[in-house]
Design a binder for this molecule. Structure first.
Ligand SMILES: [Zn+2]
Length: 178
């Protein structure tokens, strides 16, 4: 039976290749002293050759990297699967609103330019379309109107029978002068 480490989740024989070796050792010592002694207190320390150790260490590093990338990708995919209404602080008390992932909507139904004009007159403020860091179009409104935009979009989606989630996020004000 393989004993898995509760700290790094690798089989205990591989803890030394993980990121938390010291913690892992402490955990094993208090949880399974027998195996601990076998692994760390024996004179014939490791039966693995240097070469074998390196091989395992490399493939583990690759595994970890792959897993990290996958998590990152999943997160991006999840974020891109819904319309995001972002309330972005410009100063401590002044917000603008950016709406991302509008490309999820059928452009024949939802015209970004027309909607932008509509928002501009509805909220009596500036509204523009700009590219975000992923080079995708966002509607940017110069005003703290996230709630109004949200109810507008919800109504639009409901009345057109579209099944897309809307998420409303408020970004935190960070004083960049720090
Ligand atoms: Zn471990």
């Amino acid at each position: 039976m393989v004993l898995y480490c509760e700290i790094c989740s690798l089989p205990v024989e591989f803890c030394e290749f993980g990121k938390s070796f010291k913690k892992c050792k402490l955990w094993l010592q208090s949880n399974n002293n027998e195996i601990y002694n076998k692994l760390y207190n024996s004179d014939i320390k490791s039966s693995l050759s240097k070469e074998e150790e390196e091989k395992i260490s490399n493939s583990l590093a690759k595994m970890q990297l792959k897993e990290e990338r996958k998590l990152e990708r999943d997160l991006i995919n999840l974020q891109n699967s819904k319309i995001l209404i972002k309330r972005i602080p410009r100063t401590k008390h002044k917000y603008i609103v950016a709406i991302a992932n509008l490309d999820l909507l059928d452009p024949n139904l939802f015209d970004m330019k027309k909607t932008c004009k509509k928002f501009a007159s509805k909220f009596a403020t500036g509204c523009s379309i700009s590219k975000n860091s992923e080079k995708k179009d966002e509607i940017v409104i110069q005003g703290d109107v996230a709630d109004e935009v949200e109810s507008y979009l919800r109504e639009f989606i409901d009345s057109n029978g579209i099944n897309i989630k809307i998420e409303h996020v408020t970004e935190r004000f960070t004083n960049k002068k720090k």
